[in-house]
Design a protein around this ligand. Sequence first.
Ligand code: HEM
Length: 156
Amino acid sequence: MYDYAKLLHLIAGIVWMGGMTFMLFALRPAAMATIEPQPRAMLMGRVWQRFYAWVLVAIVVLFATGTHLYTATFRTAKEATGTGSVPLGWNVMLVLGVTMMLVFGHIFFAGFKKYKRAVSGADWPLAAKAGALIQKMTLLNFVLGWAAIVSVRLLR
Ligand code: HEM
């Protein structure tokens, strides 16, 4: 069970982190360099709509499997030694992981909602502003994600 949960956790993490890498460093810069603001805003809106459905699933999987990995190990340690403890990196992953989920909530409910409203009202300057916010928040989540992964591997 533990191994399956960890595999699912890894798959969900790869989907989210890989999607952010592509978005931040390939798709958006290429779109900014080659596409006019209006078609670009339509394209990015459609891209985000599709990608965020995957992120929402990834978040549910990461949270469910992550808390399972954490509590299963905590419980076993408690039964064996009387005091439950897990490596420091696991606590860092828990905190950074939940922070990433909150940041994504902000991207989705503040940035993306505003973006969609701006595009449907043909308010291109507002769409550009909301798009820049989404980009910034995504970069923050990208950094937090790597910090969480490095911590879970290296902090004992
Ligand atoms: C509620 C949030 C989260 C919790 C409670 C959590 C918990 C954990 C735990 C306990 C492990 C260690 C499992 C083990 O070594 O046997 C782990 C590993 C891992 N987590 Fe998370 N996690 C969370 C969120 C995330 C997020 C948001 C990402 C990335 C987007 C992520 C990516 C990974 C990866 C790649 C590993 C494997 C590291 C390795 O190879 O040992 N986790 N997680």
